[in-house]
Design a protein around this ligand. Structure first.
Ligand SMILES: Cc1ncc(COP(=O)(O)O)c(C=O)c1O
Length: 434
């Protein structure tokens, strides 16, 4: 190599190694970063430690024991007796798995547009060659308003199914907790509507951000396919996702013609019987899942019921701040308020992303951005994962300072309102010292 070539090589190596040297993975200055987006949620140290165990042979005996344990535990989280499939994928992968396992090309699926994530699932159905029948804002029917501010209205689903006399609709798809808006839908009412219409369509529910935060009952509510994700109520990093499947869904999958391989349930269900997967599973995330299930299901901590009550209370505490500020909550129906997150609408002329950026830069607190039609109009406060009253009071303080610095006039102090709410409504957490 000529001298100038060698010199160039030297410079390149030098540049890359100095870049490596400077890459600091601890992006946050002092104390804990406030990760108050509605997922990924803060991961408890206990779970991070579990993830650091050595990666083991995924065909070995120890792995089989781990596999069987988590497959049993995760059923309890979905409140089902039936199989739950775990994918090494984000929630979007589990959406695709749900659709491709039970449908055939060109099938009609009835999809309810409650927000941005519902609309992305609809877009996916189109890309897969399905024929989504959308109940959305433009299709407000029977004088019933459909909007990104309200939960699913089951009467509209029933109406569409009654009109489908030839049973061309193969599935009804709804989002349990719309993460883009902070609106939770009543899933049992959807099952009742399907039954009242005497329609054989499957019920498919996205509970990616509802699972392990808001009450969700796969079996009791007659859900056929529930889609879950790791990075929300389960308090895990992103990377694994779930399909909980009913016997009726498994039966449908045996004749469904949509092309699938990686997502196909049959081989996975078969190998799961011994605690294994047909491919290399995410071993360390499965350690994390095992730890998360131990925490969530622990009877000394009150189990699932206590998890749901905790999130409800956090939601109340955060909403009391928004009301005190005099700002509007995106969810317009109190019965549909999400226990997972709260969408805060900005007054006219205020850019929500500018407020969010200021809060991030000045106070090291991340809030969720407005998505889709809500871009710049709203920010989202996540109240899920490894939080407590003080984390949320701190988050509200960051928001309050950021709003004031952005010139937003606030009616009164949200911090005081949240402190009052938490003081006057003691946490039922059995682990708190009394
Ligand atoms: C309700 C809902 N559905 C689907 C998704 C997509 O999941 P992922 O980003 O893990 O692919 C998300 C992500 O936040 C979500 O909140």
């Amino acid at each position: 190599m000529e001298a100038w070539g060698l010199a160039l090589q030297f410079l390149r190596v030098g540049w890359f190694s100095s870049l490596n040297y400077m890459l600091n993975l601890n992006f946050h200055p002092t104390g804990r970063h406030f990760l108050q987006i509605p997922g990924p949620s803060p991961v408890p140290d206990r779970i991070l430690r579990a993830m650091s165990y050595p990666t083991i042979d995924h065909r070995g005996e120890e792995f089989g024991a781990l596999g069987l344990k988590i497959l049993k535990d995760i059923k309890k989280i979905f409140q089902t007796q039936h199989p739950v499939i775990i994918y090494p994928a984000s929630g979007t992968g589990a959406w695709e798995a749900a659709l491709t396992n039970v449908t055939s090309p060109g099938d009609k699926v009835l999809m309810y547009e409650t927000g941005h994530f519902a609309s992305l699932w609809i877009k996916m159905a189109k890309r897969l060659g399905l024929d989504p029948q959308v109940i959305g804002e433009s299709g407000s029917e029977s004088g019933i308003q459909v909007s990104w501010r309200r939960g699913v209205n089951a009467a509209l689903i029933q109406e569409r199914l009654l009109a489908d006399t030839h049973h061309a609709i193969k599935a009804v798809c709804v989002v349990h907790n719309e993460t883009s808006t902070g609106v939770t839908s009543d899933i049992s009412s959807v099952r009742k509507a399907i039954d009242a219409a005497k329609h054989p369509a499957l019920l498919m529910v996205d509970t990616i951000s509802g699972l392990a935060c808001a009450d969700f009952r796969h079996d009791t509510w007659g859900v056929d396919v529930s889609v879950g994700g790791s990075q929300k109520g389960l308090m895990l990093p992103p990377g694994i996702s779930f399909n909980a499947v009913s016997p009726k869904a498994i039966e449908a999958s045996q004749t469904a013609k949509m092309p699938k391989a990686f997502w196909a349930w049959d081989e996975i269900i078969e190998m799961n019987k011994l605690g294994y997967w047909p491919y290399t599973p995410s071993t360390n995330l499965l350690y994390a899942l095992s730890e998360s299930c131990d925490m969530i299901l622990d009877p000394n901590r009150g189990g699932l019921a206590s998890v749901f009550a905790r999130h409800q209370r956090w939601g109340e505490g955060v909403r009391s701040a928004v009301n005190a500020w005099g700002l509007e909550i995106q969810c317009s129906q109190t019965a549909s308020y999400s226990p997972v997150l709260t969408g805060v609408l900005m007054p006219e002329g205020v850019n929500a992303d500018a407020v969010r950026n200021l809060i991030y830069k000045r106070f090291d607190c991340s809030l969720g951005t407005g998505l889709g039609i809500l871009k710049s109009r709203m920010f989202r406060i996540g109240h899920l994962g490894d939080c407590n009253d003080l984390t949320l009071i701190g988050t509200i303080a960051a928001c309050e300072m950021g709003l004031k610095l952005s010139g937003v006039t606030l009616k009164s102090s949200g911090v005081s309102a949240t402190m009052d709410y938490f003081s006057n409504h003691p946490s039922p957490d059995p682990l708190l010292k009394t």
